[in-house]
Design a binder for this molecule. Structure first.
Ligand code: ADP
Ligand code: ZN
Length: 613
């Protein structure tokens, strides 16, 4: 294993393994099969890339997404590892070249699409010296997984034709049935299943509820303001929202672009490309976005609408922080979304399952215990402590006796004959003079204006809580009118007290300033360190500029040059010699040779040291 560790440093610039990587690698070297479950960003690739480098011959990597293959191969080549792709989108001539190189043993990793396995099984593949076979996104072989691909079912042929070659199947999402199915479909022999923790402690979790559209946008603009120059994704339920939101954000001088399945392929590709290459910071997208994206420095994910299940939510927030650095997930939860999602679930043909999944998602949003605990327990992992990186942990709920508030609300509901929805209830309590209210005579009710002392936002929050606590319920069949429950009756008649959580106004709802004049466009060359308060900030900014320039020159995404994590390590260690630079996380031999000098020179410049070293 010592040799393998040296290779880890030499090619990837890392000095230690992440959990389970070493175990999986050892198994491959013993020519045994395995199934690996690791969350997104857990470090699955190294599990097969390192043994591929170490072993003689070529490793086959089956991967369903051409975009992902391209990205991985680019990353490998940048680290000095001969790798190539073979898929039907490539020109015939290029395919032939790649095949020749493989047969000559000049390629260490060949990324191949699943449908090619069948066609190449008779002539090309038998001519290779195959070191190992990796099946990436292995959940695609199973009908039970959430992304079944028919091409994947043909992969059984690999074990039949190459019984002695170890197979490693890797995925980030597979429940128990799916795992068994993967093992059977791929005909794995006595496989060991490795399951690493699904915890992603670097992603902070926040849920905001009850915000209207305007408030959401204010909140988003504020949030992005705190993440200047960083990449993020905003997931929306509707296609229209992605476009409207991107336009709106642009008026705040935020570089945003829309992405959804209804756009032309060219526009979609451009959006994806602009995002990967940091030409835009924000993509406002439907869930169609993200599958083929391996960008390691996505710093945040916002859910403009609530997702339909915890699986979806977890997969989507998992696109943030793959480099292990601090990242943020923010979700907006509203009853309006819940109603729409409930209808989708009912019409889905699998309504029972989908309604239950939605219910779990709702429970997550409404919870006042550590959110990470709920997530992990959903995936069958117990956590024995609170995470201190979610909104509940950071801002523990303060409770007060809210019986009078509940009584006011319920009494108003009862007096209308249980005919009003949330907004009308608030209007009655706050003595609004809306025509509809007056027409129905609600201004004559005894409770009219009984809740004038609270803002509309506060009432909304407390009514959510009353629903959640079961004092009232929404009658979806009666135009979403609010009804009192037997439990609510007890509070109304003073037989029971109601504890509510005190409302805290999010500080970011102050209106952000729209500023069309101010342009923050960065002019390339020469690097001008922005003088910040701290030298670390100045240095990080300069390093980012340099990385971006190199990326542009080499026509490659910035994170292929160095990850955000590598830049953070440079800021921390401030290497001013090549030797010190070689100790940076993510700096292998090739990157040291290619970029060491310019980066060290820049660090010396920012630190005001003499040029020579
Ligand atoms: P996955 O395929 O599981 O989503 P990746 O293989 O893309 O994850 O790895 C995620 C990130 O973690 C990459 O930036 C990778 O370079 C980094 N990484 C992987 N293994 C290690 C390690 N042992 N030490 C430090 N960083 C690592
Ligand atoms: Zn927590």
């Amino acid at each position: 294993m010592k040799e393998i560790l040296l290779l880890l440093k030499k090619f990837f610039g890392y000095t230690s393994f992440r959990p389970l990587q070493a175990e999986v690698i050892q198994r491959i070297l013993r020519k045994e099969d395995s199934l690996v479950l690791m969350p997104t960003g857990g470090g699955k690739s190294i599990c097969f890339q390192l043994p591929a480098i170490y072993l003689p011959g070529t490793a086959l990597v089956v991967s369903p997404l051409i975009a992902l293959m391209k990205d991985q191969v680019e990353g490998l080549i940048a680290n000095g590892i001969p790798a190539a792709t073979l898929n039907s989108m490539m020109p015939e001539e290029e395919q032939q070249q790649v095949k020749q190189l493989c047969i000559q043993g000049k390629i260490k990793l060949l990324y191949i699409s699943p449908e090619r396995i069948q066609t190449e099984a008779d002539w090309f593949l038998p001519r290779l010296d195959i070191s190992l076979i990796a099946i990436d996104e292995a959940h695609c072989v199973s009908h039970w997984g959430h992304d079944f691909r028919p091409e994947y079912t043909q992969l059984a042929i690999l074990k039949e034709r190459f019984p002695k070659i170890p197979i490693v199947a890797l995925t980030a999402t597979a429940d128990k049935v799916t795992r068994l199915d993967i093992i059977q479909q791929l005909r794995l022999r006595d496989p060991e299943t490795f399951i690493s923790s699904f915890d992603r402690p670097n992603i902070s979790l926040t849920v905001r509820r009850g915000l209207n559209k305007k408030e959401k946008i204010t909140s988003i603009v504020h949030f992005i303001g705190k993440h200047k120059g960083q990449s993020g994704i905003i997931y929306c339920m509707r296609r229209n929202d992605t476009e409207d939101l991107a336009e709106e954000l642009k008026t705040y001088n935020i570089k945003a672009i829309a992405y959804h399945a209804g756009l032309s392929p060219a526009l979609r590709e451009k959006a994806q490309d602009d995002f990967i290459n940091d030409r835009v910071d924000v993509v406002c997208a439907t869930v169609a976005f993200g599958m083929g994206i391996d960008k390691s420095n996505v710093r945040w994910v916002i859910h403009y609408n609530m997702p339909g299940s915890i699986e979806n939510y977890y997969q989507e927030i998992g696109r943030a922080g793959r480099d292990g650095l601090r990242s943020d997930a923010l979700l907006f939860y509203s009853l309006g979304d819940l109603i729409v999602l409930r209808r989708f679930a009912e019409e889905s043909g699998q309504s029972e399952v989908n309604l239950e999944k939605l219910e779990q998602m709702k429970r997550y949003c409404e919870s006042d215990i550590c959110r990470r605990r709920i997530l992990l327990s959903y995936f069958g992992e117990e956590m024995d402590h609170d995470c201190s990186n979610c909104d509940v942990c950071k801002n523990p709920p303060r409770r007060f006796d809210g019986s009078i508030l509940v009584q006011k609300a319920l009494s108003a509901i009862v007096r209308t004959g249980e005919h009003v929805g949330i907004q009308m209830l608030i209007d009655i309590l706050r003595a609004s003079a809306k025509a509809e209210l007056v027409a129905k005579g609600y201004d004559k009710l005894k409770t009219y204006g009984a809740g004038r002392d609270l803002s509309s936002r506060e009432w909304k929050e407390y009514i959510y809580q009353m629903l959640q606590l079961g004092y009232m319920e929404i009658d979806y069949l009666a135009d979403r009118a609010l009804k009192m429950t037997p439990l609510g009756r007890k509070v109304l008649y003073g037989e029971q007290k109601a504890q509510l959580v005190a409302f805290q106004k999010p500080d970011e709802l102050a209106r952000p300033v729209r500023d069309k004049e101010k342009t923050t466009r960065f002019k390339a060359r020469p690097i001008r360190p922005i003088q910040s308060e701290s030298i670390d900030e100045t240095l990080l900014d300069s390093l980012r500029q340099l990385r971006k320039q190199i990326a542009e020159r080499e026509h490659t995404p910035a994170y292929i040059i160095f990850s955000d994590d590598a830049l953070a390590d440079m800021v921390e260690k401030k290497p001013v010699t090549l030797e010190a630079f070689s100790d940076i996380r993510g700096v292998g031999q090739i990157k040291l040779n290619h970029y060491g000098k310019v980066f060290v020179a820049l660090i010396r410049f920012v630190l005001k040291l003499p040029k020579t070293f």
